[in-house]
Design a protein around this ligand. Structure first.
Ligand code: ATP
Ligand code: MG
Length: 598
């Protein structure tokens, strides 16, 4: 990647949000970043965990059993809030008993070490119990989005060699039953009945009956840290989703990042809004809070601002981990729905999944009295790699600094090798020194692709970023999305962020559109906030606003209005689809598209 003046600047130039030490209600786990980094070693991080009594490491032991055997036994581990306001609560002792039953049931039907258990369900308690119980039984868990259609479900189960599926009666009937012939290896389908009712369907077993018959005692078999634990499919933002293989040792990263990046303290009520169908919903929606001995709140309902604010207020959520797509929806409604609410328990807010526009950080500071702390990672990295930490000043638009133990760099690929770019604020590929505990151990059935991710001991992320003098990283764009116009390299994030500053703009997606003279021109697709009218006048105003903010070389030349932008099920803007549609090209894999607007 060549250096280019157009990308060599921080996004926006917003003032930093300074953290005053005397203003912390709870002392952050990492009070001094540089100190923590200097003193860090992985052996000490491993010591945060117990390990299995006979040696080895199992995620579910760290998340459940060791707490159930200790002081946390009677504390609330999992708090579930149903769509209709129903509630269920599990202490660590309850969780141990319930997940032991799952492990016994899975072993009882003949599942063995390494067998693949797929889970297809909304955010219901049984999903959480299954994931943890299957890990205890040394099965490999692969969670699927319940909103997937039949085809993506079948493809993933075929690829992942599913031996068992835990799902609901309704989802099975709608999405799996008809495709069962294609899945000869799928020996066991276990159905969770609606509202506790038995699910009597041919070729399936009933969850409740299996659990009732299973014992509450289970000893986790010896588990090596290198045993495969989870199979996660990527979001499919840039193409066909890849299956990333993760092992039990990943729990070291979950423990450490929960503590440092999410600043979890034992008294916290933690809410991660991500669905376990995406890696965030498992690593941080299940594992990290439990490993850290923190009450994990699960809300079944999809996004709705009033419902979410109710949850924050009534459940006294103290740490909240969500995504830019939800934050943009909240911004669209303004701060009014927050007025009069008591969010005094809320202490730390974080965001992941997509670039977080600086405007969103500034908005959150105003609306909540604290910023969203952006952090960066991928399915492949298994855990948070770069983050804005609780004690650290936030520079709106930056994804923060690498976790202790993580070496991140900006690099340039060249003839089979690479060189590290040391110059500050110079765009290049974001690379991580290979070897952290939760690094994927492979792409399923794609060895060559996996091998290509590593050069000279670095893992190459496929994302472009810059690093400033203070070691903060700034996202530029995915390598595939970067725009080359008249000799400049432009990251879509910068242009989108500038458009987001305009009061009319709710969301923006920016692409490079081929052009005979410029190579590509910058084209923006914009969705408006309620009360704004799409039209020529607003288009001109937005073009002018962008030119003023970005200069003529970087500002979009064309702006189209859209009701909604195409997104993945996890809420990421699919620029590749905007581009394919603009150019009339094949749309590629659409299995992860949010709505069925195919
Ligand atoms: P696919 O690899 O199938 O195209 P995906 O990359 O969206 O899908 P994920 O692993 O879910 O799959 O997402 C990781 C990617 O999301 C990162 O590589 C990055 O591009 C983007 N991302 C995640 N967090 C951030 C962030 N804080 N800032 C900017 N980008 C982010
Ligand atoms: Mg990716």
């Amino acid at each position: 990647m060549t250096t280019d003046a157009a990308t060599d600047r921080p996004i926006g130039g917003y003032p930093r949000i300074v953290k005053r030490r005397d203003a912390f209600r709870v002392l952050p786990n990492m009070a001094d970043y540089d100190d923590a980094r200097r003193g860090f070693d992985w052996t000490a991080a491993r010591a945060l965990l117990d390990g299995l009594p006979g040696g080895g490491l199992n995620i579910a032991h760290e998340a459940v059993d060791r707490h159930a055997a200790g002081l946390h036994a009677g504390r609330e581990a999992l708090r579930w809030i149903g769509r209709r306001g129903e509630r269920r609560s599990f202490t660590w002792a309850d969780l141990r008993a319930a997940t032991n039953r799952v492990a016994n049931a899975l072993r009882g039907i003949g599942l063995q070490d390494g067998d693949r258990v797929f889970v297809l369900a909304g955010r219901i308690p049984e999903l959480y119990l299954t994931v943890l119980g299957a890990l205890k039984a040394k099965c490999v868990v692969s969670p699927l989005f319940s909103a997937f259609g039949p085809e993506p479900i079948a493809t993933r189960m075929e690829l992942g060699a599913a031996r068992a599926l835990v799902t609901t009666g309704a989802l099975y009937a709608r999405k799996v039953a008809a495709l069962r012939d294609r899945l000869p290896g799928l020996e066991h389908v276990i159905l969770v009945g609606e509202d506790g009712a038995a699910a009597e369907v041919p070729g399936t077993q009933d969850w409740s009956a299996l659990m009732a018959a299973a014992s509450e005692d289970f000893a986790i078999p010896p588990t090596s840290p290198e045993d495969m634990a989870l199979l996660h499919f990527t979001s499919g933002t840039t193409g066909r989703p890849k299956g990333a293989v993760h092992v039990h040792e990943a729990v070291v990263m979950h423990a450490m990042t929960g503590r440092y990046a999410l600043d979890l303290h034992p008294d916290d009520v933690f809410w991660c809004t991500s669905d376990p169908g995406w890696v965030t919903g498992t690593s941080y929606g299940i594992i990290a809070p439990l490993v850290n001995g923190v009450t994990n709140l699960v809300a079944e309902a999809e996004f709705d601002a009033a419902t979410w604010y109710d949850i924050l207020e009534k459940e006294r959520v103290s740490v909240w981990y969500t995504a830019p797509t939800a934050i943009r929806m909240m911004m669209k409604l303004g701060a009014a729905p927050l007025e009069g609410r008591d969010l005094s328990a809320l202490r730390f807010m974080a965001s992941v999944g997509e670039p977080l526009n600086p405007e969103a950080v500034v908005w959150s500071q105003k609306a909540f009295g604290m910023p969203f702390h952006d952090n960066w990672w991928q399915t492949e990295t298994g855990g948070i790699m770069i983050a804005n930490f609780a004690a650290m000043d936030v520079k709106p638009g930056s994804m923060g600094r690498p976790l202790p133990g993580i070496e991140a760099a900006i690099v340039e690929r060249r003839d089979g090798g690479l060189s590290v770019i040391d110059a500050p604020m110079t765009s290049g590929e974001l690379a991580l020194r290979a070897g952290w505990p939760s690094m994927m151990r492979g792409y399923l059935h794609e060895e060559a692709r996996y091998a290509k991710c590593f050069v000279d001991g670095w893992y190459l992320t496929g994302d472009l970023a810059m690093r400033d003098e203070e070691g903060y990283f700034w996202f530029v764009g995915r390598a595939d999305d970067v725009i080359k116009t008249s000799g400049h390299l432009i990251g879509p994030f910068e242009v989108e962020s500038a458009l987001m500053e305009h009061p009319a703009v709710a969301e923006a997606g920016v692409i490079g559109k081929p052009d005979p003279t410029a190579g590509e021109i910058v084209k923006a697709f914009v969705a408006l906030k309620p009360g704004f009218e799409a039209g020529e006048a607003l288009r001109r105003e937005l073009l002018g606003h962008a030119r003023k903010r970005l200069g003529a070389a970087v500002a979009p030349k064309e702006i189209d209005f859209r009701q909604n932008l195409p997104k993945t099920r996890s809420g990421k803007i699919m620029r590749r689809l905007l581009k394919a549609r603009e150019l009339g090209l094949p749309e590629g894999d659409l299995s992860t598209l949010e709505s069925d607007e195919r």
